[in-house]
Every structure is written in C-alpha cells, then in structure tokens.
Design a protein around this ligand. Structure first.
Ligand code: SAH
Length: 360
C-alpha cells in the first residue's frame, strides 16, 4: 500500500505546526512543547517528549517526521574550529562549521548542496549546484551542531557562509531564519545572524523589505566591472554599480553597517589602486570591509598575497577612515576555511568526482 510522506516538523514554522495539530483535533499549545523539545533540548523522537500524553506521542510519531541531518564525520582543527560532514535524507552531503572564540561562538551554515555562482577562487563553486536545501535542512544544521557541541543552551552567532548562495535559495533561507528566531526554539535575534551574498539583486531588493532582517555581508571582491565579471560571474548579470546602489538604499538601523567581504588575490585585486578605488566605491555607504587573504587550494588559479601586501591594502582603507578587519583564516588544516567546503557530488561522473577529491 502506498502511504504519502509524513509532513516534516523540521520544515514548519510554529503557526504551521499549530494548524497541523488542530487539524488532527489537538490543542495548538502542543506545538510550543514540540518546538521546545526539538530546538531547546535536541530531542527528535516523539516517544521521549515526556510532557505529552503517551497516546498523543504515538499518534504524532505516526503523523509526522522530524527530519534531522546525520553526522557522517566531524573533524577538529588545531585552532578549535570543527567541521561537520552531514548527510541529508536523500543521501546528499553538506558541510557546516563551528568557529569558536571570534570572540563569539559562530556556526557557519550551508544553504545549498554545492553552489551555482562559480566564483573563480572558491572550491564550492567548482562543485556546481546540486540542489537547494529545505528550510528544515538549513535550520537543522544549527540543531545538530548545537547538540553535538553541547551548546543547546549556549549563545552563538550564525553566519550563512557555508556552501551555497543564500539569495539563490531565498524562500527556504528566510523560512529557516524565522524558524531559528522563534521564541520557543532557539530564539535567535536577527543581530546574531549574518547573511552573506554575492548580490543576487532581485533577491537583495526583497530582503530589504523583510520584517526579520539579518546582518548583511556582501561578497564584493573587486573594484571594477571587468574585474568582478571575471571573479564573480553573476556580476555579468547584476553589475557592481547596481549592487552598490542597492546597498546604498538598503535599510539599516542606527549603528548597523553592511560588511563588504573582499578576498585578496595576489597581483589581481590587491594593489594600492584597488584599495583606493574601493574607498571611492564605498563612499557614502554605511559599511565596513573584511579582507579575506585567499585560502589557497589546488585547482584554484590564484595566490594569496604576502602579509605585507595585505597590511598595506588594509592601511590604505583605514587611512581613509574606513573600518577594516582582516579575516584570520580558521580551520585551514581541516579544509574548513572560507571557500574550502566541498563534498562529493553524487551527480558527477566517477572521473570528475575523483578529480574533485584529488584537488582537495
Ligand atoms: N555565497 C555566499 C556565501 C558564501 S560565504 C557568498 O559568496 O557570500 C563564503 C565567503 O568566503 C565569501 O565571501 C566567499 O567569496 C569567500 N571565499 C570563497 N572562496 C574563498 C577562498 N578560497 N579564500 C578566501 N575566501 C573565500
């Protein structure tokens, strides 16, 4: 006999779960209890939800699933960074990273299996896109990391800087954020969440209208249209100028600023002229710059500039009154650093897959 798939609690916002319970003839307040079990205590087995009646628990177990990624492997870096390889219900794999003491605790979460953006210096981009993650798979990474790290009660930040382009999976990403914000679950404040994007313009314009507004980070990486066309191919569709205009219009509360990420590639975008152009481009935008000296990898046709060059670039920005930080690369020994997240694609031919693995 064919049974339809059971609805997944992990994909539901609280009001949806309330309605689903009501439809089964149960009071809606049980939804809050379930949220507390799932998000605050990391329990995904209805049988263990001891403040629900025994019969109700059995009925819920038959009516719903609570999809949760499996941990295939976790690795700890010398610097405390931990990388988790997670397996989703359909067998696809993604990576999530824990970065301690920045000084906050940070969970770096993926939004897609692979990525379609093909930025020239990013290994994830080389994988191509396999599929979007569901809201439950995005929020589920936070659940799994918090549980595995014993941090269900701890304070942490979330950065959408793992695999994938969050604004290329807009609805699922925003729904995941609303789930994470629910006061009966993780109760994440929007100020503790940062969404990083290459700037998919229509989606960025939409983000500007959201009631729940995460911090915004823009992966800029270049100071001319030609340079950005080459490094961040989506620039050919949504150019640098339009992107910065959208940033100028982006609603910011008092003291909020947009972070501009800028990967430094030796002799490509790391010259003093680039730094001065960057100053001019960002003029009039409430922003700060985060410099990311390239994390080198085999298969990436660029080099990391020397520390001297990085410092010289940073100096020019700060001399012009800009707030600038240099991202300390974390977890490089376990390939957990920016742009290094990559998993085997089940779609690729065995030969291509092998090539990807060898590049790691
Ligand atoms: N797609 C989103 C989310 C990924 S965030 C975005 O691009 O913003 C990951 C950040 O790491 C991005 O700023 C990305 O450009 C940067 N990155 C990618 N590859 C890198 C590398 N090899 N070294 C340093 N930073 C890199």
């Amino acid at each position: 006999m064919h049974t339809p798939p059971r609805p997944d609690v992990a994909d539901m916002e609280l009001p949806e779960l309330e309605h689903a319970l009501e439809a089964l003839g149960h009071p809606r307040f049980h939804a809050r209890q379930i949220f507390q079990w799932v998000y605050r205590r990391g329990i995904t087995d209805f049988a263990l939800m001891s403040d629900l009646g025994r019969e109700l628990r059995a009925e819920l177990a038959g009516a719903f699933t609570i999809g949760t990624p499996d941990v295939v492997r976790s690795e700890r870096s010398e610097d405390g960074t931990a990388k988790f390889l997670l397996r989703l219900a359909d067998g696809k794999q993604i990576e999530s990273v824990f970065i301690p003491d920045t000084p906050s605790m940070t969970f770096c979460v993926s939004t897609q299996v692979g990525c379609a953006m093909k930025c020239g210096f990013c290994l994830t981009g080389k994988m191509g896109i396999d599929r979007n993650l569901t809201p439950g798979e995005i929020a589920g990474q936070v659940r799994v990391l918090a549980r595995e790290l014993g941090m269900l009660d701890a304070r942490f930040n979330i950065v959408l800087m793992g695999m994938g382009e969050p604004l290329h999976n807009y609805d699922a990403t925003m729904k995941a954020l609303r789930i994470l914000a629910d006061e009966h679950g993780f109760a994440m404040s929007s100020r503790r969440i940062t969404l990083s994007t290459v700037g998919v313009l229509p989606a960025l314009e939409r983000l500007a209208t959201e009631p729940f507004m995460p911090n915004l980070a823009i992966s800029l990486h270049a100071t001319t249209e030609d340079q950005r066309d080459m490094l961040v191919p989506i620039n050919r569709k949504y150019g640098l100028k339009e992107l910065l205009d959208a940033c100028r219009r982006f609603p910011l509360k008092r003291r909020e600023r947009i972070t501009f990420e800028y990967v430094l590639l030796r002799d490509v975008n790391d010259t003093p002229e680039d730094a001065r152009r960057l100053v001019r481009l960002l003029n009039g935008i409430k922003g700060k710059v985060n410099l990311l000296p390239l994390n080198e990898a085999a298969g990436i046709p660029f080099e990391r500039p020397s520390d001297d060059r990085v410092n010289r670039f940073a100096r020019i920005l700060s001399d012009h009154g800009m707030t600038v930080s240099v991202r300390k690369s974390r977890g490089r020994d376990i390939r957990a650093a920016c742009g290094q997240l990559i998993t085997e694609s089940t779609r690729k031919a065995p030969g291509a897959r092998l090539a990807l693995l060898m590049e790691r």
